[in-house]
Design a protein around this ligand. Structure first.
Ligand SMILES: Cc1cc2nc3c(=O)[nH]c(=O)nc-3n(C[C@H](O)[C@H](O)[C@H](O)COP(=O)(O)O)c2cc1C
Ligand code: SF4
Length: 619
């Protein structure tokens, strides 16, 4: 029996209801598509027809946006859409065998929809659950700690058509796993305490108050935690000083896209310390004079949407958001949550802004930078979740206090997402400057071969480097800390990362679109035993092209994992070289093997020798 689909009037009714809630605002297209899909299980053509009318947006644009995000489906994908997280740590936990088991139980092939239209099973990039993987998403809701028993239970639930609400609650449990807490992950300050401290330092919402708060941020030496480490005070100041045209305003955006494989610390901050993050955003709004903000939450964290909205509502009721915050006339600021839809590149700040505006998440040309030309072409600050949490603590305790923690160039603490081969994966917060060796000891890692710091786009450190320190002076990181013991094949680690970049390249610029595919093909060729030393030269050439010609950081860093592992774990590559010199990417003899077999010419010693004038014979 085919699963019933919604059609015609029912779909139009859903679209009208959703669009109405978003004020028929085309800049909310990504959110509208998401909600329509949640109601219809996919985005049917009737929905796009209706959206054209109610939003006044051309069909091509709607289709272009729907086609960009991997979590949007313009073809039916079943009532249950199951996606296995495919980070290297999920692989180490056996995710592929579990996926095969589920597919076998449901009589389905990976990537396809079951014949009755009930279910589809596929892979997706890292879902941010590396400390409790292998993990999957079912209709965008995370299920962690997959085991064979859990997979069998899921197969039964799917076959029975059980609504997700009736699935065992423990399947959806996501734990915080805080293993070491410091400033940020310690006890939460009372909601509003940081705002009150800020206002008390320079009473009133005068120019002087905002300038005084900016001065505290400057003194703190806070640098962004999203990876690049840009000085927060400079960013805020540039936005604050950006001229406003008539009708324009400033915006505060929190980047919770957290797509870098192996990173999951923002998930924990937003679960257990959301007030601190929202308070930091409110501090930024005060400094900038911004009245609107957005939290851009990755689609994989859909389960956090309702709890976070509840925190926002509580803060409004407590006078910490909305009009006249803390009773100060004119101190108005509120924020809303936008969910991403499965596109790593949307973590890049200008792509994120495009997505917030309801478009495809294609990175913009920079300059101009978001601080002058951001959301709706107006001055916008984009910061990472952890940066805002730190800003709230600086508002509470002052910049000098913060600058005294950590190291000279890296003030404060850093939250690390530790996963892989260790006894205690989870979240570890340290003052900057902590040696890799210390983290490995604390998380119970033994016989360690390598640590991938800051995800695939970061740095792979080998055992000789374990005295290096986390910090902008030495090992900068957005947070990922993936541990690999000696049983792991570092070539396969790099190959997984390369597949990730190829899959996530947004395709906007040719060097990255083609370059990441070529890189993937080269790694697959090596994996299949067809590699040659010449391929190392090819990889180096690709790196030069990607570095110099890519439009954004994804392309710039795509070769990093391969270059690092070639430099530090070369035997893992050399083992795979069948030939000592050139091996063609296309092996004609091998390609013709099937044809030879079919025509009965499968003599292994046989070669096809072209005769003069086109006749050929086997010898
Ligand atoms: C491909 C790509 C993905 C990114 N993903 C994230 C992300 O998930 N979270 C984040 O905070 N920054 C991410 N960034 C960095 C952002 O562009 C930006 O620098 C950051 O949000 C600024 O915040 P910060 O100053 O607090 O670090 C990414 C950059 C690139 C090039
Ligand atoms: S470098 Fe890659 S991800 Fe970035 S814009 Fe170009 S194609 Fe897109």
């Amino acid at each position: 029996m085919a699963w019933p689909e919604l059609h015609g009037a029912a779909v139009a009714g859903i679209v009208d209801r959703v669009a109405q809630r978003y004020r028929r605002d085309p800049t909310c297209l990504v959110q509208i598509l998401r909600e329509v899909q949640e109601a219809c299980d996919w985005i049917p053509p009737e929905a796009i027809d209706r959206l054209q009318v109610v939003l006044g947006v051309p069909r091509t644009k709607i289709e272009g946006v729907a086609g960009f995000y991997s979590f949007f489906y313009t073809r039916p994908r079943g009532r249950y859409r199951i996606l296995f997280s495919d980070n290297i740590t999920d692989r180490m936990g056996g995710n592929m065998a579990l996926m095969e088991r589920l597919c076998a139980a449901l009589w389905i092939e990976p990537g396809k929809v079951s014949e009755d239209g009930l279910v589809s099973v596929d892979k997706t990039s890292c879902t941010g659950m590396c400390d409790q993987g292998p993990a999957m998403l079912v209709n965008n809701l995370a299920i962690t700690r997959l085991t064979e028993a859990r997979i069998d239970a899921i197969a039964d639930l799917v076959r029975d058509g059980a609504p997700l609400a009736d699935w065992p609650a423990e399947f959806f449990a996501v734990t915080d796993n805080v293993q070491r807490a410091d400033l940020l992950l310690g006890p939460n300050p009372a909601p509003g305490a940081a705002l009150r401290a800020m206002v008390a330092r320079a009473p009133g919402r005068s120019e002087g108050g905002a300038a005084a708060m900016l001065e505290e941020i400057r003194r703190s030496n806070l640098r962004g935690r999203g990876g690049a480490g840009f000085t927060t005070a400079l960013k805020w100041e540039a936005c604050r000083n950006a001229p406003l045209k008539a009708g324009q305003q400033r915006f505060v955006v929190c980047n919770a896209d957290e797509g870098e494989p192996g990173t999951f610390k923002d998930r924990v901050l937003l679960t257990a310390h959301a007030d601190l993050v929202f308070e930091g955003m409110t501090v930024a709004a005060y400094v900038l004079g911004a009245r609107r903000g957005f939290l851009y939450l990755r689609g994989e964290y859909r389960y956090l949407l309702d709890p976070l909205n509840a925190v926002l509502q509580r803060r409004r009721e407590a006078g910490l958001l909305g009009a006249d915050i803390l009773g100060i006339p004119g101190a108005d600021f509120d924020l809303e949550i936008h969910l991403g839809a499965g596109a790593y590149v949307c973590g890049e700040e200008s792509a994120l802004i495009e997505s917030l505006e309801g478009k495809r998440g294609t990175p913009r040309n920079r300059p101009p930078f978001p601080v002058t030309n951001g959301y709706l072409d107006q001055p916008t600050v984009v910061n990472n979740v952890e940066t805002y949490a730190a800003a709230a603590l600086i508002a509470l305790n002052g910049g000098d206090w913060y600058a005294g923690i950590g190291t000279k160039q890296s003030a404060g603490t850093k939250i690390l997402s530790v996963s892989g081969d260790c006894a205690r994966p989870g979240i570890y917060e340290y003052p900057f400057g902590v040696p890799v060796r210390q983290v490995l000891q604390d998380c119970g890692a033994k016989d360690v071969q390598a640590v991938q710091i800051s995800g695939p786009s970061g740095i792979c450190v080998s055992a000789e480097e374990f005295d290096r320190r986390i910090g902008f002076e030495d090992l900068p990181t957005a947070g990922a800390f993936m541990v690999f013991n000696h049983s792991r094949d570092m070539f396969e680690v790099a190959r997984n990362f390369v597949h990730f970049f190829q899959h996530e390249s947004c395709g906007f610029c040719t060097p990255c679109r083609v370059g990441t595919s070529l890189l993937k093909n080269l790694m697959d060729k090596l994996h299949n035993g067809h590699g040659s030393p010449y391929d190392f030269t090819e990889i180096e050439k690709l790196n030069q092209i990607l570095l110099s010609m890519s439009h954004c950081g994804l392309g710039h860093t795509a070769c990093n994992p391969v270059l690092d592992t070639i430099a530090k774990f070369r035997p893992a590559y050399e083992r795979r070289l069948e030939h000592t010199d050139f091996a063609p990417a296309f092996d004609l003899d091998r390609a013709l093997a099937a044809a030879r077999q079919m025509t009965g010419r499968d003599d292994p010693g046989a070669h096809i020798v072209p005769e003069a004038f086109g006749e050929e014979k086997t010898s």
